[in-house]
Write a protein that binds this ligand. Structure first.
Ligand code: PLP
Length: 462
C-alpha cells in the first residue's frame, strides 16, 4: 500500500514540474506514466512493483545491460581522482587519452582521431561545422550542402534535427536550417512496394536519388552525404541489398565526404563494431554516442579520418568549436569500462554468431501472425510491420499510428518495452540478453500481438 501511495505522489509531482521530451503532455494522464526506479540486466522495475523487460535497451543505448557495477566503480574511481578538467587550450588528461587510443584501434584503419561531444546530436552539430570547415580550408567554401534522407534521425538540436528528415520536427522552430537537402529513403515495405519495383530495383532507385541530387545541386556545391547504415528511430529500416553497394559506387566516383551516423548502429548492434563495416562502407566521419557508454553517462563523439585530420593539423588552422564537457573524464571512464566489457565478453561476435541468429530466427517466425506483414531484423534490432490484411500487404491501417500505439500499450502491459513507430513495433534489447530471456521476449510479443489483434478487430480497425 505505502509503495503505491508514494508512487502516485511521485507521478503527481512529475506531472506538475517535469516537461518531458517527445511527449504529448495533454494526453499523458498522471497515473499513466511509469516511474522506473531500478534496473538490472535486461529488467526494469517501476515504483508500482512491476518488472518489465527492457526490449529497447533504454533508448537503443544500454548495449551491455543495466547495473554493471564495473562501470559504476570505474566512474567512481575517476571522479575521486579527477572529476573534471577541460581539454581546451593545450590540456588533456589520462582517461581521454586512453579512450581515444581505444576508439582508434576499434575504428577502420584510416580513422585515428576522435572529437568529443556530450551526445549524438552534438556530434552531428560538430560534423556539420567540420565538413563545411574542411572544404573551406581546402579552398572550396562553396561545397557546403549536406545531403541526407527523409525519415532519417540525426538528433534534436538545430543541426541534428535539420540533418534528420522528420517532418514533424521540421514543422517547429523554423527548420531545417539552410543548405541541407533530403532525398527519399530506401524503405521497401513502407514505400518501395507500392511502386511496383522489386526490392532490389527499389534499392538501386533509392541509391540513385543520391546521384540525381548531386547532379542537380552540383558536385562543386555538395560537402557530404550523411546516413544511418540502418535507420533506427525511423523504424529500423533495413535497406534492400542493392542500396549500399550502389551508394558506394556513386560516392567513390565523386569528391564528397561520407558521414556514417553510427549512434545506434555502432558498438555491436549489427554484429559488427560499426554499421558501416556491416555494409562494407568507408566513411570519412562517424558520429558515435549511445552504445559508446551504454548510456551509463552521456557522451558522444566524432571519429575523424586521417585525410580530414591532416587538413586540421596544418599550421595556422584552428577549428573554433568545442564543448565544456568534450572528453569529460568521468564519461571517458564509463566508455572505457563499457568497451572493455564488450571486448572481454565478445558481445559483438556473440551478436554476429550466436545470440543474433537465435533472436532473428524467432523474431522472423512472428511473421506467421495475421497482423504482421513483415518481421525484419539485423544483428539485434528489428521491426514488425503491422497490417490489416495479411493477404494484401499493400493495405495499411487508416489513421496511421493508432494501431501501433494500441499494440505498444499491450506490450507494456505484458511486461515488455517495445516502441511504436507509425504502425510498426521496434525491438532493440541489450546485447547481453540470454537465450532464455529472448524466449520470454518472444512469448510476450506473441501475447501482445494476439491481444492487440483482438482489440483491433473489435474496434473495427481491420
Ligand atoms: C539517438 C540518435 C542521435 C541523437 O543522439 P542524442 O544522444 O539523443 O543526442 C543521432 N543519431 C542517431 C542515429 C540516433 O539514433
Amino acid at each position: 500500500m505505502r509503495v503505491n501511495v508514494s508512487s502516485h505522489d511521485l507521478k503527481v509531482s512529475d506531472h506538475k514540474h517535469h516537461l518531458h521530451p517527445f511527449t504529448e503532455h495533454g494526453a499523458l494522464g498522471i497515473d499513466e506514466r511509469r516511474v522506473i526506479s531500478r534496473a538490472d540486466g535486461v529488467w526494469l522495475w517501476d515504483t508500482d512493483g512491476n518488472r518489465i523487460m527492457d526490449g529497447m535497451a533504454g533508448l537503443w543505448c544500454v548495449n551491455v545491460g543495466h547495473g554493471r557495477q564495473e562501470i559504476v566503480e570505474a566512474v567512481r574511481a575517476q571522479m575521486s581522482e579527477l572529476s573534471y578538467y577541460n581539454t581546451f587550450f593545450k590540456t588533456t588528461h589520462p582517461p581521454v587519452i586512453e579512450l581515444s587510443q581505444m576508439l582508434s584501434d576499434l575504428a577502420p584503419e584510416h580513422i585515428n582521431m576522435v572529437f568529443y561531444a556530450g551526445s549524438g546530436s552534438e556530434a552531428n552539430d560538430t560534423i556539420l561545422r567540420l565538413v563545411r570547415s574542411y572544404w573551406a580550408l581546402k579552398g572550396q567554401p562553396g561545397k557546403n550542402v549536406v545531403i541526407s534522407r527523409k525519415n532519417a534521425y540525426h538528433g534534436s538540436t538545430m543541426a541534428g534535427a535539420s540533418l534528420g528528415g522528420m517532418g514533424a520536427m521540421h514543422s517547429q522552430g523554423g527548420l531545417p536550417i539552410p543548405d541541407i537537402h533530403h532525398i527519399d529513403q530506401p524503405y521497401w515495405f513502407g514505400e518501395g512496394m507500392m511502386t511496383g519495383m522489386s526490392e532490389d530495383e527499389f534499392g538501386l532507385w533509392a541509391a540513385r536519388e543520391l546521384e540525381r541530387a548531386i547532379e542537380e545541386i552540383g558536385e562543386e556545391n555538395v560537402a557530404a552525404f550523411i546516413a544511418e547504415p540502418i535507420q533506427g528511430a525511423g523504424g529500423v529500416i533495413v535497406p534492400p541489398a542493392t542500396y549500399w553497394p550502389e551508394v558506394k559506387r556513386i560516392l567513390e566516383a565523386r569528391d564528397i565526404l561520407f558521414v556514417s551516423d553510427e549512434v545506434i548502429c555502432g558498438f555491436g548492434r549489427t554484429g559488427e563494431w560499426f554499421g558501416s563495416g556491416y555494409y562494407d562502407m568507408k566513411p570519412d566521419l562517424m558520429a558515435i554516442a549511445k552504445g559508446l557508454t551504454s548510456g551509463y553517462l552521456p557522451m558522444g563523439g566524432v571519429l575523424v579520418s586521417d585525410e580530414i585530420a591532416e587538413v586540421l593539423h596544418n599550421e595556422g588552422v584552428e577549428f573554433f568549436h568545442g564543448y565544456t564537457y568534450s572528453g569529460h573524464p568521468a564519461c571517458c571512464a564509463a566508455a572505457i569500462a563499457n568497451l572493455t566489457i564488450i571486448k572481454r565478453e565478445g558481445l559483438v561476435e556473440r551478436v554476429r554468431d550466436q545470440i543474433g541468429p537465435y533472436f532473428q530466427e524467432r523474431w522472423k517466425a512472428l511473421e506467421d501472425h495475421p497482423m504482421v506483414g513483415q518481421a525484419r531484423m539485423v544483428g539485434m534490432f528489428g521491426a514488425l510491420e503491422l497490417v490489416p490484411d495479411e493477404n494484401d500487404l499493400k493495405k495499411r491501417f487508416d489513421n496511421v499510428g493508432k494501431v501501433g500505439t494500441i499494440t505498444r500499450d499491450h506490450s507494456f502491459a505484458n511486461g515488455l518495452v517495445m516502441r511504436a513507430v507509425r504502425d510498426s513495433l521496434i525491438i532493440s534489447p541489450p546485447l547481453s540478453i540470454t537465450e532464455e530471456e529472448i524466449d520470454v521476449l518472444i512469448a510476450s510479443a506473441r501475447k501482445t500481438l494476439d491481444a492487440a489483434w483482438n482489440d483491433v478487430r473489435k474496434q473495427g480497425l481491420a
